[in-house]
Design a protein around this ligand. Structure first.
Ligand SMILES: [Zn+2]
Length: 396
């Protein structure tokens, strides 16, 4: 078994349940145990190891001069997640250092391995807390309101020291290997994905207001059925997303009031998640959602309340690094496809500040955030080898 496969197996046992799920959340024993395990591996390779004030694990190969090349991902998971999301990127980074050391590489600039804390934000919906603190993008007020200070104190950290995790100025580039978490590579029969951009995300909470009334005695043409309006909105979003191709749309939560089988729905409240990886596509999301819902409300004679809940602009990844990844993949005899990432990653936080890139390996059946998540060992190895080639180009 290769070192990378062995490491993946070892990490998957930390925070594992009997049914194959892995749960490691920020500021918990399970993640602390995984971090300790990682820090031992980093120390074995002779790196300077630290757990920073935001709970990020750093392994620094302080060679040469200038800014560091940073490689890694995250060891935290969603509830009952799989063994590859995040962990693969961290362990591949470890593997890259192992390969470079074995090859006698003497870097001209520092090479750092990172495991960012709380990428998933599973406990407090504070996604990418670690990479944001690392980049100086702390939102202390929001994090404080979610119970982070108490959890940090219990784990031996100090909330007020979070801003001290900022190390961005010492970093010159960021590279992350990750599973695709979607079906595109597998369906295309392609080995590796070179990520072009990380999708922009926009969220709303919408509410249609109709009139609750007797479901048997109210004539059909006189009803103000809030759920019929919401159903139309769901389909309008789907049609737009299907016809545009650069957009996804999802209604994932819906409540119907008052909620009786014999009562015309008086109100519906639902979430809307729309995403686009391009600046143009992203700019068209909000006007589309507003116009569609206003039109449907008018036609169905419903009241409408629409409130934005979150907004993250799309971010393009570095074109030069994308080319280097493609070249390196070619040298390994691997086929590549350029594709945007529909999920958020630490790379999107870093990419706002430094040249950043992501390499995807295929996810079997497109599955992720489940114990069934799987990527064949040969693809994990291939991803690590391609990453190692690019890192050598950057540090030698
Ligand atoms: Zn991830």
């Amino acid at each position: 078994m290769s070192s990378l496969a062995a490491d993946l197996g070892a990490a998957a046992r930390i925070g594992a349940d009997e049914r194959g799920g892995v749960s490691r959340f920020a500021w918990t024993q399970e993640l602390a145990q995984a971090n300790d395990w990682l820090m031992e591996r980093l120390a074995e390779l002779g790196l300077e190891v630290e757990l920073d004030p935001a709970g990020n694990v750093l392994g620094r190969w302080q060679a040469g001069e200038g800014t560091a090349v940073l490689i890694g991902s995250h060891l935290d998971t969603v509830p009952r997640g799989g063994r590859y999301d995040g962990a693969l990127g961290v362990l591949a980074a470890l593997d890259v250092v192992r390969r470079l050391k074995a090859d006698g590489v003497e870097p001209r600039r520092p090479l750092w391995v990172v495991s960012f804390n709380d990428e998933e934000g599973a406990r407090f919906q504070t996604g990418m807390l670690g990479s944001r603190a690392f980049c100086g993008d702390c939102d202390l007020e929001d994090w404080s309101s979610r119970g982070v200070p108490e959890a940090m104190a219990e784990a031996g950290f100090a909330f007020e020291q979070l801003p001290e995790a900022r190390r961005l100025h010492e970093v010159g580039a960021y590279l992350e290997l990750h599973i695709e978490q979607g079906p595109v590579l597998e369906r295309a029969g392609v080995d590796l994905g070179v990520v072009t951009a990380i999708t922009g995300m926009l969220g709303f909470r919408a509410r249609f207001l109709g009139e609750a009334n007797h479901a048997g005695t109210t004539p059909m043409e006189l009803r103000h059925d809030a759920l019929a309006g919401a159903a139309r909105a769901v389909l309008a979003l789907r049609e737009e997303a299907r016809s545009r191709g650069d957009m996804t749309a999802n209604v994932g939560v819906m409540g119907v009031e008052p909620g009786g089988f014999n009562v015309v729905p008086g109100a519906t409240e639902f979430t809307i998640d729309v995403r686009s990886p391009t600046a143009d596509g992203f700019a068209r999301l909000e006007p589309f959602v507003r116009e569609a819902l206003e039109r449907i409300a008018a036609e169905e004679e419903l009241g409408l309340e629409l409130r934005e809940t979150h907004r993250k602009e799309p971010v393009a990844l570095d074109p030069g690094l994308q080319e280097l990844l493609e070249e390196a993949a070619g040298e390994e005899g691997a086929s590549t496809l350029r594709l945007p990432s529909g999920a958020g990653h630490d790379a999107m936080v870093l990419a706002h500040h430094v040249p950043a890139a992501m390499l995807f390996v295929p996810s079997r059946g497109g599955l992720s955030h489940t114990p069934d998540e799987f990527t064949a060992a040969e693809y994990c190895e291939l991803g690590a080898r391609v990453l190692a080639r690019v890192v050598r180009r950057l540090v030698e």
